[in-house]
Design a protein around this ligand. Structure first.
Ligand code: AMP
Length: 287
């Protein structure tokens, strides 16, 4: 695997491969790679001739109160994992390289409406930060397929829409969430959990399964009733407890809350547990 630190070097490397007729897969990450990232890299390596993993902790998507400084970083480990999973390139630019005009670019990308509910309510500037850095990565990488996890479902929706609205020559591919055996979704932020917190963390995923049963088995079609059941479940249980941010049931396509559940819906939850803020989601079809 070749590690590239400059925008120019990365662009030239992918251009050279495409000139030779090779297809390119892009896997954008913030590093601290785990089996969830690995599944994206392996999928890209299976679909494309050349896979590039990007490792960049994007300051623009963190609010001043969030964990930018504490975010786990280990480039050597990431390079080894990316190589093992089949990547040809790791693009690991510095903040100055990605934001050459300074830490507050005048040009940013905002995706209206779908950025606003759910994560957007607690993190109002987050998706503009994400959309901006991904737009830059797409502009640098050029024609490719780009792989994103359903773990960050709203992010996937925002990026799909951004790529379509701005005509990037990029096919956005969503990949299933990789979980621990007890159901906890893999996340770089799980390292913040103490042993006690880790023991109760699967409750988030259990709440989603509870919501899914309410819809599929009990035939519940009021999104508020399902959401309420998930909220109660997350806030109950033994110590240490979650501090709920949201538990909602929305239309899978536009992320709006319908009056009645019909077709493809998405259950999404977010809650703080100790120092970690955890998110998870599940797709359900309401027939
Ligand atoms: P991050 O490094 O957290 O920004 O994530 C980089 C990419 O990996 C995003 O597209 C995430 O959705 C995806 N990802 C993170 N965790 C998982 C997981 N447990 N399963 C599948 N994809 C994941």
């Amino acid at each position: 695997v070749q590690v590239i630190e400059t925008v120019d070097g990365f662009r030239k490397a992918l251009d050279a491969d495409r000139t030779q007729g090779r297809t390119v897969g892009l896997v954008p990450t913030m590093g601290s790679l785990h089996a969830g990232h690995r599944s994206l890299i392996e999928r890209s390596a299976a679909d494309n001739d050349v896979t590039a993993v990007t490792v960049f902790v994007n300051p623009l998507q963190f609010a001043p109160t969030e964990d930018l400084a504490a975010y786990p970083r280990d480039l050597d480990r990431d390079v080894a994992l990316a190589a093992e999973a089949g990547a040809a390139f790791v693009f690991a630019p510095s903040v100055e390289e990605m934001y050459p005009t300074g830490p507050a670019p005048l040009t940013t990308v905002t995706v209206a409406t779908i950025s606003e509910p759910l994560e957007g309510r607690t993190r109002p500037t987050h998706f503009a930060g994400v959309a901006t850095v991904v737009a830059k990565l797409f502009a640098i990488a050029g024609q490719c397929r780009a792989y994103f996890g359903e773990k960050d479902y709203q992010q996937l929706a925002v990026i799909r829409r951004m790529a379509a609205d701005l005509s990037f020559p990029v096919e956005v591919v969503g990949c299933p969430t990789v979980r621990e055996p007890d159901g906890l979704a893999l996340s770089s932020r799980n390292v913040y959990l103490t042993a006690e917190e880790r023991a109760v963390a699967p409750r988030l995923h259990e709440a989603l399964q509870l919501g899914k049963r309410r819809i599929e088995k009990d035939g519940e079609r009021d999104p508020r009733t399902v959401a309420h059941a998930m909220q109660q479940y997350i806030e109950a249980g033994k110590e240490p407890r979650f501090i709920l941010d949201y538990a909602e049931v929305v239309d899978a396509a536009d992320l709006a809350t319908p009056t009645r559940l019909f077709g493809d819906v998405r259950l999404l939850v977010a809650a703080r547990l100790g120092k970690a803020r955890l998110i998870d989601n599940l797709g359900v079809r309401a027939r």
